[in-house]
Design a protein around this ligand. Structure first.
Ligand code: KG4
Ligand code: ZN
Length: 345
């Protein structure tokens, strides 16, 4: 089976991995997250420079851990979108240089679909039809996967904020350090999820038709802000743990209910949840419990494969090679808003 090198550089993680078939051979990630913390968000220029500096050392480290040399690599996969243009360009330029020098095929792949594909390395091949919920700071997407290499349909997405982004914004409202997501999760575990009835967007009967599988979190974030303001105006101390718990429950509830409804309507009995937000404990717990109640198998890879990494790109590249999909052209560019139905370019 072919040895596939995967390169990830869509946002603030530089990832390089080697995969053979569905076996992960080596996986190394360098992150520039700390460099962005003082700005309270990712600075694209800073991220691009960090990729430029980290890429070759990360590649060397991955090769050295794998016991392979570059000459052993049979194909190269790289995330070509969606993501930050400058960051993507660093990874794609490196992948082109390697593919050209080694005379190997090059596959520009979809980062978001990679978040689902990586689960095949952990839990084995997907059944014929799988539902994928990809949730991160940048994405909230529901995908019907009939073939991870050739058949992905986007059922829905967020119309505004991504789930992780909403958590980061609520973290800011509660004066928590960036990124707020994990801190809101921690606080939520100490609070009462039923204390405040925050809205569940796009779940009303009128929205069920048009937006059955779409999400929206910006109204929820505003509702949290208003609730905190009203509390402060009345001179009461803000019950931060209850706010966090009630907010987190609203997010998890909508994500899980819509995903499992989609499974039932499309007669799918397996869900994979990927992306950095799948670390969220309220989502994990609710998905596992509701999945068990409704007879749906919920697969969530270990956290290190949910945050951005090279293994997800190598895994998708390996699936493309196995299906005999045509490699990308040398003229391939990067696509910051790549369609979620484009598996490879
Ligand atoms: O996939 P990821 O590492 O980066 C991209 O956005 O591509 O996802 C990070 C996002 C951030 O918004 C972060 O705050 C959020 O996921 N996040 C969490 C948790 N861990 C990470 N949000 C809530 N609870 C968590 N445990
Ligand atoms: Zn990602």
């Amino acid at each position: 089976m072919e040895l596939v090198l995967g390169i990830e550089s869509t946002c603030d993680e530089t990832g390089v991995a080697l995969v053979r078939g569905r076996e992960l051979v080596a996986d190394v990630v360098a992150s520039s997250m700390q460099e962005h913390a003082r700005f309270g968000g990712i600075v694209p220029e800073v991220a691009s420079r960090a990729h430029l500096e980290a890429l070759v050392p990360t590649l060397h480290e991955a090769l050295s851990r794998s016991g392979h040399t570059l000459g052993d690599v049979d194909a190269i996969a790289v995330a070509a979108g969606p993501g930050l243009v400058g960051s993507l360009t660093v990874g794609v330029a490196a992948a082109k240089a390697l593919a050209l020098a080694l005379d190997r095929p090059l596959y520009g792949v979809n980062h978001v679909i990679g978040h689902a594909a990586v689960d095949e390395l952990v839990h084995g091949p997907f059944p014929e039809r799988t539902m994928a919920l990809v949730v991160s700071g940048g994405h909230t997407s529901l995908l019907l996967v009939e073939d991870i290499a050739t058949g992905v349909t986007e059922l829905g997405r967020t119309l505004d904020d991504a789930a992780g982004e909403a958590f980061d914004k609520v973290g800011r409202l509660l004066n928590l350090p960036y990124p707020g997501g994990p801190q809101v999760d921690r606080l939520a575990r100490e609070g009462d999820a039923c204390a405040i009835a925050f809205p569940r967007a796009l779940t009303a009967p009128k929205d069920r038709q048009r937006h059955a599988y779409n999400f929206s979190f910006s109204g929820l974030k505003t509702a949290v802000a208003r609730w905190i303001e009203a509390c402060e105006d009345s001179g009461r101390a803000v019950p931060v743990a209850d706010v966090a718990a009630s907010f987190a429950a609203a997010v998890a509830d909508v994500l899980v209910t819509k995903t499992l409804d989609a499974c039932e309507r499309h007669e799918v009995d397996t869900v994979v949840i990927g992306g950095g937000f799948s670390a969220n404990s309220q989502l994990r717990e609710r998905a596992m419990n509701a999945g068990a109640n409704r007879g749906i198998d919920v697969r969530i890879p270990p956290l290190k494969y949910c945050t951005d990494n090279g293994a997800m790109i190598a895994a998708l590249g390996s699936a493309l090679v196995a299906r005999g999909v045509k490699p990308s052209a040398w003229t391939m560019g990067v696509d910051s808003s790549m369609s979620l139905e484009t598996v490879s370019v």
